[in-house]
Design a binder for this molecule. Structure first.
Ligand code: GLC
Length: 612
């Protein structure tokens, strides 16, 4: 039996079972057969080099979890003009320690507006100004040669109104109409909208859009030109299995499952995080495991803390859904800690999350291309004595710069009049105080990175953050961007000045990445424990490892702060052989407690005993 047949024999029963739980026992054999056919054809077509990669990944399944792994995310055009240009920048990325590159949507979108490429018109071609499918294959090959894995978006909640399925549906093709949620009148849309939250209340209110050609209301969670797909139709699942595997055969290694939380609709709910979302992910991943086991899935589920862990798999789904998922909760807590100069809410909230399966990793990040929404649960806020509404209001005020004394220069994104929610746009550097000229801004930027590099997961740097790029003041000059201020933090890479490093941000970040690489405790499979701060200004993250624990302490305040002696004692970190990996030296101790400078991080562990 060859490898494909072996994997098929092992995994097909699970595929069948998963499919039958979504589409029913009667439909399952047929749907499973169709998926296996897709897998077999893709495997037959898989280039030898990628089959070799499959073998290698099966031998080294933890490749993305290692302390040496750091990711980077960028728009290809804003980073380097074209796909070829990105390949020419591979050495720059390697210099930062990058082993994983997420390029923002680059498959052909509808003509603007297209939500930054998230309204895909053709998944089988590349945006012409960026290059061709051959360029994409070449880029993946070049990057792989440099030890960098390519991640692309798979927009699977919706397609552009101009995608061929939508075009056919508009032309009266019944089979394609059934790829979408279309209703002839307002009855069903109204029933759903009674419990649906608004994603873009400012520029795309409501979740349905009337379309004359369809003579119906079509589901559009995001913009009116992004038509939600009906995943309740198994044909959609088969289409996407095929799309994933054909992109995988070009050399794409990681798929970012865009807006995955939204793909299943259920009346009377917010239509997010439904159980079928995880079953469908599991089915797709099983198909990928059979045909192209090197492939990883990364869930983009920007959801509340209670719903987040399921995306890496809990219970029966552990290890069977996405390999990676954005740790939206950590990102929000980093910003919340910096504004409030207090680590207690973050500590409590992060303690509530279960340990992810040991074969998975969080994507830890400080900024990305999207806005920041204050995903802090009411329960978590109340548990530490905060009024949840007031705290979220404070964060919006702080980061939009309207709170007295704020050093942040962000913009309000999507003010929801009904809920009072105000999300925030802005670059890391501008939100952290660099634009306002705050003297502690660079320290804050490095502290935020120290947290994401030590927390546990695959840390991803957002393009430009490594050089402290400020808000792009000309963001609204592009007419198609003017309505969406997320473009303020999607600047163009200023190559002429990236080496200047006036604030020491690049060198500081490189240092953090270098130190991280040397610490086995920072492997994503090493459990993460959040300890109660004795000093409320210090986040204490413990990483367990057979070599002994590592304590990553972060002072989120502008005063000196302390790691108390009892914490060190409990961890068995005896003060005489204690080392801060970030300085390579023994930390400053007072009565057994470690002193931290304002906004300083310390990665404390016992010095390895010298060989006898
Ligand atoms: C994801 C993307 C966001 C986009 C949305 C709709 O959340 O990150 O930029 O607007 O999906 O595709």
């Amino acid at each position: 039996m060859n490898d494909f047949e072996e994997r098929l024999a092992t995994l097909e029963p699970d595929l069948h079972d998963t499919v039958s739980r979504v589409y029913g026992a009667e439909a399952a054999p047929e749907v499973t057969r169709a998926l296996v056919e897709v897998a077999r054809a893709a495997h037959d077509a898989r280039p030898a080099e990628l089959r070799a990669l499959d073998e290698q990944r099966l031998r080294d399944p933890d490749w993305f979890q290692r302390p040496s792994m750091v990711g980077y995310a960028a728009y290809a055009d804003r980073f380097a003009g074209t796909l070829r240009g990105v390949g020419e920048r591979a050495a720059y990325l390697r210099g930062l320690g990058v082993g994983y590159l997420h390029l923002m949507p680059l498959l052909t979108p509808r003509p603007a507006p297209n939500d930054g490429g998230y309204a895909v018109m053709d998944y089988r071609s590349v945006r012409p100004d960026l290059g061709t499918v051959d360029d994409l294959r070449d880029l993946a090959t070049t990057l792989r040669g440099e030890g960098i894995s390519l991640c692309l978006d798979l927009v699977l909640n919706h397609v552009a109104r101009e995608h061929e399925w939508a075009v056919a549906a508009r032309a009266g093709d019944e089979a394609k109409r059934a790829y979408f949620h279309v209703h002839p009148d307002r009855e069903v849309p109204d029933a759903y909208e009674a419990t649906l939250p608004e994603v873009f209340p400012d520029f795309a209110p409501g979740s349905f859009t009337w379309d004359d050609e369809l003579a119906g209301w079509v589901w559009t969670t995001f913009n009116d030109y992004q038509w939600d797909l009906a995943w309740s139709n198994p044909a959609v699942l088969c289409e996407f299995a095929d799309l994933i595997l054909s992109l995988a055969n070009l050399g794409v290694e990681v798929f970012r499952l865009d807006a995955i939380a939204f793909i299943w609709k259920r009346l009377g709910t917010d239509c997010q995080n439904q159980p079928e979302v995880h079953l469908l992910t599991r089915a797709l991943r099983t198909v990928a495991r059979i045909a192209a086991p090197a492939v990883l899935f990364k869930a983009e589920a920007i959801v509340g803390p209670a719903d987040l862990p399921a995306y890496l798999g809990v219970g029966e789904h552990a290890g069977k859904v996405s390999d990676l998922a954005y740790h939206n909760g950590l990102m929000v807590q980093v910003w919340s800690m910096l504004a409030s100069r207090d680590a207690r809410l973050a500590t409590y909230a992060l303690q509530q999350l279960p340990q992810p399966p040991s074969t998975t990793a969080w994507i830890t990040y400080v900024r990305c291309h999207d806005d920041i929404g204050w995903a802090i649960s009411d329960e978590d806020a109340r548990a530490v004595g905060l009024d949840p509404v007031a705290h979220r209001r404070f964060l919006s005020d702080w980061y939009s710069g309207s709170f007295p004394g704020s050093w942040a220069r962000g913009l309000v994104f999507q003010h929801n009049e009904q809920t009072g929610d105000r999300r925030i746009s802005g670059s890391l550097a501008s939100l952290a105080g660099l634009e306002a000229g705050d003297p502690q801004a660079a320290a804050r930027i490095l502290l935020a990175h120290a947290i994401i590099l030590s927390f546990g997961g695959l840390p991803v740097i957002w393009m430009g953050d490594e050089v402290g790029l400020l808000n792009d003041i000309g963001w609204a000059d592009v007419p198609d961007h003017a309505a969406d201020n997320r473009w303020v933090h999607r600047p163009v890479m200023p190559w002429a000045s990236v080496a200047d490093d006036p604030h020491g941000i690049t060198s500081g970040l490189r240092h953090l990445v270098d130190v991280r690489r040397s610490l086995p405790q920072l492997h994503a499979a090493s459990p993460t424990e959040i300890w109660d701060p004795r000093d409320p200004g210090v986040l204490l993250v413990v990483r367990r490892h057979p070599d002994g624990p590592l304590l990553a302490a972060a002072n989120v305040t502008d005063r000196e702060a302390w790691v108390s002696a009892d914490v060190l004692l409990w961890l068995g970190l005896h003060t005489d052989d204690l080392v801060d990996a970030l300085t390579g030296e023994r930390p400053e101790l007072h009565d057994g407690a470690v002193r931290l400078e304002p906004y300083a991080a310390a990665w404390l562990h016992a010095a390895p005993s010298s060989p006898a």
